[in-house]
Design a protein around this ligand. Structure first.
Ligand code: MGP
Ligand code: SAH
Length: 464
């Protein structure tokens, strides 16, 4: 298919995680969808809600900082009311985006288990309505009925600040009379008091509209199909002018990675170094942080550390990080990048083939983390990615066997289209694994599978 959809890409996307325990095939009927959804929303809003509210507030009312100390107490009360409304409205907007991600999660999961979910776009919309949301009036009936299976993927323009007020309201399926919008949505009340999160310091709000010929079907932006434009060409040209020379070849293929550079490393501008392979392999910072929170321990081995996306975050949560890579140049970059995050001294960099290293080392870490090569961006060409035949340097079972020689707790970073039956089978007979599906905005980036009693979290509802 050669149609082109435009996608909006933000450099500081929202990060949603849907997690679930598996011990065999997906039992769709007995999945606790509501529980998964609630936990994921709570988790997201606690992690990012405070920062989102603050950012949007200061953007909307830049005068607030100067005024608040000098206004009368009566005016302070009005500001307080305005803040509360802002918090309510913002959580409503982000709830909507979250729901799109959750719908996509269900769809992605069914697909990765080989289940054919016969939902058409109308059903998906109906589900959204059942979650007490209104239909999005910007999508025409024709658009809805002409979508192919893959295009069920829901996206939302999640940067309301970039639209005018009326556009925003339409986008979220809300009436355009401002005062009544919060009342229209009868979703469950959500908490709007959060712990501040230690999120990325830079938030370049650069919004770039780009065309993606390879994955067009997954990138349908609800606001519509936009024709190729000179504007787009100009933006790409502007981007390319800033990119390192080695990224300029390849007919614009590397532009999308450049655009998301701050999502890969929030400190990108402080001199982060990446080679070509690492540009498309590095784990985005928000995901790496989450994995590091989950795998906090005394000693961890990052078996395929590349330019350090994961290793840097492990250094913040683990006592000792052993970072292995077969490519000495990447290791040097990883060390340099770790210096930018002030954690180089906490990481031991080992230039080795992990297969040999694992077979011979006397080290016994608490956890082994595996993020092997998936064969480049072409991994997406397989409808279902075979983790036994397509991972490098060897299949998943072999990597698991080698890793389990070192530790019983092993985590695997895998493609979003990984065959889930194979992912679950890696647990071993009668054992469980926990899988986190990682979404940046409404799109799944990849999944993280956890094996071993020491790192699996109890299932929803059980005590943690
Ligand atoms: P992607 O699919 O290339 O990016 O990789 P995106 O933006 O989802 O692609 P699009 O074409 O759909 O727009 C998604 C993420 O997977 C990357 O950010 C990396 O973290 C991870 N990743 C991709 N590859 C090819 C590899 C790989 O070979 N090894 C590892 N460990 N991670 C990879
Ligand atoms: N998680 C990393 C990216 C890993 S990409 C990050 O976030 O930055 C996969 C890495 O595996 C590449 O850097 C590649 O050099 C390395 N690699 C490939 N074969 C290997 C092997 N046999 N042993 C160790 N590393 C290997």
């Amino acid at each position: 298919m050669n149609t082109h959809y435009l996608t909006t890409s933000r450099t500081n996307p929202q990060f949603y995680i849907f997690r679930q325990l598996f011990c065999n095939d997906l039992d769709w009927e007995h999945c606790d969808w509501e529980g998964i959804q609630n936990v994921a929303w709570e988790d997201f809003w606690q992690r990012e809600g405070h920062e989102i509210l603050e950012q949007k507030w200061h953007k909307r009312f830049p005068e607030y900082r100067d005024l608040i100390d000098v206004v009368s107490s009566e005016e302070q009360g009005l500001w307080q009311e305005l803040w509360e409304k802002h918090a309510r409205d913002s959580s409503t907007k982000f709830w909507y985006i979250f729901i799109c991600a959750f719908e996509n999660y269900q769809h992605d999961l069914a697909k990765s288990f080989g289940l054919h979910e016969d939902k058409n776009p109308e059903d998906v919309e109906e589900d959204l309505q059942n979650l007490s949301l209104q239909k999005n009036p910007t999508k025409s009936k024709q658009q809805r009925t002409s979508k192919k299976e893959d295009e069920l993927y829901l996206t939302a323009n999640d940067n309301p600040e970039d639209c005018d007020e009326e556009q925003q309201l339409r986008l979220f399926g809300l009436p355009t009379a401002f005062a009544s919008k919060a009342d229209t949505i009868t979703r469950k009340e959500r908490r709007t008091q959060y712990k501040p999160s230690s999120s990325d310091s830079e938030d370049s709000e650069e919004l770039v509209i780009m065309e993606n010929g390879e994955n067009e079907a997954r990138h349908v932006v609800q606001s519509g199909f936009i024709k190729k434009s000179n504007r787009r060409q100009r933006k790409i040209k502007k981007c390319k002018a800033k990119m390192p020379e080695f990224m300029q070849e390849d007919n614009n293929k590397m532009v999308k990675y450049w655009i998301k550079r701050f999502s890969l490393f929030s400190r990108f501008d402080q001199g982060i170094r990446l080679d070509r392979e690492s540009w498309f392999s590095v784990t985005p910072e928000k995901i790496a942080k989450q994995t590091a929170r989950r795998l906090a321990c005394d000693v961890i081995i990052d078996a395929f550390c590349g330019c350090g996306g994961n290793a840097i975050q492990f250094a913040n949560t683990c006592g000792r990080v052993i970072a292995v890579d077969i490519d000495a140049k990447k290791l040097a970059m990883a060390k340099h990048n770790a210096g930018i995050y002030g954690v180089a001294h906490k990481i031991e960099f080992i230039n080795a083939d992990f297969l040999q290293f694992a077979a011979t080392t006397k080290l016994r870490p608490n956890v082994v983390f595996l993020s092997p090569p998936w064969g480049g961006p072409d991994y997406q060409k397989q409808a279902t990615f075979d983790i036994e035949t397509s991972l490098l340097p060897v299949g998943a079972s072999n990597l698991m066997l080698l890793s389990r020689r070192l530790a019983s707790d092993v985590a695997f970073f895998l493609p979003r289209n990984a065959n889930m039956k194979q992912v679950v089978a890696l647990s071993g007979a009668g054992q469980q694994c926990e899988v986190e599906h990682n979404y940046l905005d409404t799109r799944m980036v990849a999944l993280t599978a956890y094996y071993g009693k020491g790192i699996i979290k109890p299932s929803l509802g059980e005590d943690e």
